[in-house]
Design a protein around this ligand. Structure first.
Ligand SMILES: Cc1cc2nc3c(=O)[nH]c(=O)nc-3n(C[C@H](O)[C@H](O)[C@H](O)COP(=O)(O)OP(=O)(O)OC[C@H]3O[C@@H](n4cnc5c(N)ncnc54)[C@H](O)[C@@H]3O)c2cc1C
Length: 385
């Protein structure tokens, strides 16, 4: 039997879309060139931060809806996602002016984001071992972190239980279009015809999009993470970010302290493949030790990396393309798509069934004006983790 809908990509976004479609009773098939949360893809390497704060305003509706879903996602998917509702904290050192803090407060108030300004003493309580350089912070009680591999597998397992079909090890070569309508995909196992194709191929999405003679302002960027050996519980509180710096720090359930923040892997044999970058690891460690001086006692066990599609304006592109029917896109998550995965799956499934999205995606469609965000700003204000 032919699928009604084909989803390309077995990352957290493709798997969430597949789950939401299957939940609505749609006959959906997911195609993945490797395995679910494929090695080298973003959903295998992601830092797993679940964060509402410090986002582009256009992402807020999806982020807020997702944060609500995260609270009961383990129950919904009947799986352990290692979700830790620790909240998030943004630290500020002496270089931050009172005005900058006030501005952030105003933004939080304007968008009804729950937060608490914390002073030095309270900071020491929330993060024992924090360097005395940090005089204040903004604590965000929502969100926390979860395991991305487990989450991706849980979405796809739940979809399978609801009747979705999966083809792993099947690569999509191109998207087939006839007279302005997408009719299927050409794959390593022959052509598959369907009523609608959803391109959720992460950093590879633009290459598939090109087969429709269309281009996207999305480029691959390979992020490098590091994980220490299991440490005593020293960072069990909120996920740590630092204003004006590239860093995210958290301690996962296995006791490892994981550092992210958009440090690049070295360029590998192609645009999608990274290799170990010693310089990035050195800089990331230095930053981590400047925040938690005792980090130097916890040596790095391994580093890992994954490629993410970065959009020129640092937010994803979602939905239909002008003049092409039977095709939807969900790509360009720019280092912060994991948080959004429950709501993105929901709205893409709705759009695929010609329903009006129940969560606003205003400003996230392809018809927006694409403002270039300088790369330094990109990685600091909305950095992965
Ligand atoms: C190191 C790192 C840290 C991050 N930290 C955070 C964080 O803390 N919080 C947060 O919210 N977000 C974070 N992100 C971002 C988040 O992980 C990504 O936005 C999200 O995982 C993207 O999922 P995806 O499904 O779009 O892409 P991917 O996970 O890359 O999945 C795309 C899939 O498509 C498959 N595919 C590609 N081409 C084809 C083809 N032709 N045929 C068939 N299959 C194909 C690939 O094999 C891959 O499995 C981070 C990302 C990275 C890399």
């Amino acid at each position: 039997m032919l699928p009604e809908i084909v989803v390309i990509g077995g990352g957290v976004i493709g798997s969430s879309i597949t789950y939401h479609l299957a939940r609505d009773g749609v006959k959906v098939m997911q195609l993945e060139k490797g395995s679910i949360a494929n090695q080298g893809a973003a959903s295998r390497a992601s830092a797993g931060g679940v964060r509402l704060n410090n986002r582009d305003v256009r992402e807020f509706p999806l982020a807020k809806a997702s944060i609500t879903r995260w609270k009961s996602l383990e129950e919904e998917l009947d799986a352990d996602l290692e979700y830790s509702p620790t909240g998030q904290i943004m630290l500020y050192d002496h270089s931050t002016s009172l005005e900058e803090l006030k501005n952030q407060e105003k933004k939080n108030d304007a968008h009804k984001i729950q937060y608490e300004i914390v002073n030095h003493n309270r900071l020491q309580h929330l993060i024992p071992g924090l360097s005395s350089e940090f005089l204040s912070g903004i604590y965000y009680p929502s969100g926390g972190h979860a395991n991305v591999l487990l989450t991706t597998v849980a979405f796809s397992e739940a979809a399978r239980r609801l009747g979705a079909t999966f083809k792993k090890g099947v690569e999509v070569y191109s998207i087939i279009k006839k007279s302005g309508k997408v009719t299927g995909v050409q794959t390593s196992e022959g052509n598959i015809h369907c009523g609608l194709v959803i391109n959720a191929a992460g950093a590879w999405a633009p290459a598939l999009h090109n087969t429709l003679s269309l281009s996207l302002p999305i480029k691959p960027y390979c992020h490098q993470m590091s994980a220490t050996f299991a440490a005593p519980p020293i960072l069990k509180g909120p996920v740590i970010s630092v204003h004006g710096q590239r860093i995210s720090l958290k301690q996962t359930i296995d006791g490892r302290i994981r550092a992210g923040g958009g440090y690049a892997a070295k360029k590998g044999p192609d645009r999608y493949t990274g290799i170990f970058n010693e310089e990035s690891l050195f800089r990331q460690r230095k930053t981590a030790e400047s925040i938690i001086p005792s980090m130097k006692d916890y040596q790095v066990d391994f580093v890992y990396h994954g490629v993410e599609g970065h959009c020129v304006d640092d937010i994803p592109i979602l939905g239909a393309m002008p003049n092409v029917s039977g095709y939807l896109l969900a790509a360009g998550f720019s280092g912060h798509g994991f948080t959004l995965s429950p709501a993105v799956g929901q709205v893409l499934a709705e759009m695929a069934q010609s329903k009006t999205p129940s969560i606003s995606i205003k400003g996230l469609t392809v018809d927006r004006h694409f403002d270039h965000v300088p790369s330094i700003k990109k990685h600091i204000h909305n950095s992965p983790g």
